[in-house]
Design a protein around this ligand. Structure first.
Ligand SMILES: CC(C)(COP(=O)(O)OP(=O)(O)OC[C@H]1O[C@@H](n2cnc3c(N)ncnc32)[C@H](O)[C@@H]1OP(=O)(O)O)[C@@H](O)C(=O)NCCC(=O)NCCS
Length: 332
């Protein structure tokens, strides 16, 4: 095996748009209250894009931050992957637009859609690229403008989501002691739950026709309670499985970085795994659910704030539409 063929996270970064939408702001839009949102979700505020700001604009800022953290330039990149359910356009891909905005061309650029698990799905792709072409320098971004698909008349969903992007730069690693080594990724999916969390309007199952009026199906629709239970069960089981198959235990985990959908889900997963307090990363209170961006934003924040010192093990886990779910182990 080539000595570089293990993937290593060299740099992390994130970006959220400036504008903040608080629970008090939402009280003016739908019949809700700060108390209800805080108690049921833990969310206090979320960032939302300015008019004209698309997923690639958020991805660009996150990518620049991750490249700077890695000490690399856009020209060093060989591959760009953007995980998103809210790309700038059906075509071209958000990754292609991002490449252009980074001032480069001629790289491999592709988008992935695994909803809130998109970053973890992307990490496995990155590992495969590094294994195949160890000299690769891969940018992986989770970028979402979920508010572009939010139904502001549906109080059960509109209070949950926010916009943002998180990015990592991954290279091959020659030394087992290198910080940021991705030890493993474990992914699952099941289409049987497709209709519990979906956006269909305007896609090929429900195409647009001239003169069509936008309706609820053009926005996120979700059966919250069903998703809640499945999310907890799936993130717990995949986390246990990835630890077990790597000969590790929960005691080895310095920090659990779960998908930031809802603080009750995060607390339940942590409790079932026997992790709490300082060993569980939470920022859902400030950003809401940013889907594919949530894990890389949390990872970048956790690293920047010193929560992942040298030698520490991070356990990443996510669950999202599809359904998709997964986990990853990263040694810093
Ligand atoms: C969405 C979620 C917060 C709703 O919480 P819940 O405890 O399940 O609440 P319910 O859906 O049972 O609704 C309870 C009541 O609150 C009401 N309600 C829903 N949203 C509300 C809001 N924003 N403000 C006030 N009341 C609200 C409902 O209408 C319902 O009223 P009713 O009893 O009179 O019918 C919760 O189900 C959840 O977090 N699910 C997972 C969502 C998620 O994170 N998905 C992404 C995973 S990738």
């Amino acid at each position: 095996m080539n000595t570089l063929s293990h993937a290593r996270i060299r740099g992390t970064g994130f970006y959220v748009p400036e504008r903040i939408l608080t629970n008090a702001d939402l009280e003016k839009i739908v019949e809700t209250s700060d108390e209800w949102i805080t108690t049921r979700t833990g969310i206090k505020e979320r960032h939302i894009v300015a008019k004209g700001q698309a997923a690639s604009d958020l991805a660009l800022e996150a990518a620049k931050a991750a490249l700077a953290d890695a000490g690399l330039a856009p020209e060093d990149l060989t591959h760009l992957i953007v995980s998103t359910v809210t790309p700038d356009s059906f075509t071209p891909a958000c990754s292609c637009i991002l490449q252009h905005k980074l001032g480069i061309s001629g790289r491999v650029a592709m988008d992935m859609n695994a909803a809130c698990s998109g970053f973890l799905y992307g990490l496995e792709q990155v590992r495969a690229i590094i294994a195949l072409k160890p000299e690769s320098v891969v940018l992986l971004v989770g970028a979402e403008v979920l508010t572009s698909r939010t139904n502001w008349e549906d109080r059960a969903t509109c209070v949950l989501f926010g916009d943002g992007a998180g990015a990592v730069v991954v290279t091959g690693s020659a030394d087992a002691a290198d910080s940021g080594r991705i030890l493993d990724t474990l992914l699952y999916s099941d289409g049987a739950g497709a209709d519990l969390l979906m956006i269909t309007g305007g896609a090929s199952s429900e195409p647009y026709a001239m003169g069509h009026v936008v309706g609820p199906s053009h926005f996120i629709r979700m059966q919250g309670q069903d998703v809640f239970k499945l999310a907890v069960r799936s993130m717990e089981s995949v986390s246990r499985e990835i630890l077990e198959r790597n000969g590790l235990s929960i005691d080895d985990v310095a920090l659990l970085i779960p998908h930031q959908a809802n603080n009750r889900i995060i607390e339940a997963v942590g409790k079932k795994l026997g992790l709490s307090g300082e060993r569980v990363y939470v920022n859902v209170d400030r950003y809401g659910n940013t889907s594919a961006a949530s894990v890389p934003i949390a990872l970048a924040e956790a690293r920047a704030s010193g929560r992942l010192p040298a030698g520490s093990l991070a356990l990443l886990t996510a669950f999202g539409g599809g359904f998709t779910w997964g986990a990853a182990l990263v040694r810093f």
